[in-house]
Ligand binder design. Sequence first.
Ligand SMILES: C[S@@+](CC[C@H](N)C(=O)[O-])C[C@H]1O[C@@H](n2cnc3c(N)ncnc32)[C@H](O)[C@@H]1O
Length: 378
Amino acid sequence: MGGDDLAVVTACDALLQHEQPGAYDLVVGNPPYGRVTLKAAQRATYRRSLYGHANLYGLFLDLALRRSTADGVIAFVTPTSFLSGEYFRNLRSLLVKDAPPVSLDFVSQRAGVFDDVLQETTLAVFKAGAAATHTDVHFLEVAPDRVTVQKAERAAPPEDARPWIVPRTPSSAGLAARLRTMTARLADWGYRVSTGPLVWNRFKPRLRNQPSKGTVPLVWSEAVAVDGEFSFRAARRNHAPYFVVKPDEEFLLVRKPCVLLQRTTAKEQPRRLIAAELPRAFLEEQGGAVTVENHLNMLVATVERPAVDSTVLAAFLNSAAADRAFRCISGSVAVSAYELESMPIPSAELMLKVAAAVAAGRTRADVEALCAELYGVE
Ligand SMILES: C[S@@+](CC[C@H](N)C(=O)[O-])C[C@H]1O[C@@H](n2cnc3c(N)ncnc32)[C@H](O)[C@@H]1O
């Protein structure tokens, strides 16, 4: 058969072919995905798009950029984590600069489509060069006999490496547009987000069922109930309510009230944000220090008097409006500290109304309504 110039298909490890000459007007891919550990040389090759853990599909997107012509089109089926995940921040930065997304199509009705795929999927089209003037978002409903395409929005392309704000349901387009205009973040209210310091399976022999000298209460994720209440308990298998802490382990201790928020929620759980205040009274009762397990996020005050106090912060995070806003940042059941810190929130001044309602003991429905108003949602 013919020589190399006639080859239409090359079977190879694509990630080792990055230096092959040849540029294409169209690069189409349904790449593999999942974390990989790269050898030093390969990491160096893809360094420009890496930040922390490498994911196969991110490498393939970088490869597609290298193999596309200066005004080529890249069309990929990918998980949605690159839209917001911290590990993809350099990839987002590269895409914004070299090939912004012109359309992102989400498969909203998944029965029968990508049946074995657990992650949310998008059909993403990028246009190389700086010409992209907009990003369209569509939702695809795939039935056995037809595909219905619903257009959700046409917005300006994302501008930087921060999580891209994208509606994840057809009805969230208005909210996404509003979020892009909101400049406040949790840092402006006086909070940072970190994960609970105790990775329990590294310390199994130090779990205790009863308190004794040298133990502190261990706060597990089940302490944060779906209704936003904190209740000290260790209800799951292998969980125990106390932990033996050593004198040099101050880094494992939490001594100040903060807001606890579940890091992962079950897929069928309607809420992604499930928060409760770690009450000062509980800390005092327990001798002033507890440890918090790693399946919880902690929203910790960075200043003596945060602009929004932790009771109000917990009430806000538990509102349906905040949950909907967060879903425009993240499509995953995992709530990362990075994504939470990136979520647009109302200014602290606007939150005064919510604070007054919480202080007056108004009902959850009243607080919900106020948060909805601040986000401009029904
Ligand atoms: C999500 S699947 C898509 C498969 C294909 N598009 C189809 O519809 O059957 C990803 C494919 O990439 C292949 N793959 C994984 N790593 C690769 C690499 N380094 N170079 C080339 N192909 C690779 C896998 O074998 C798998 O077939």
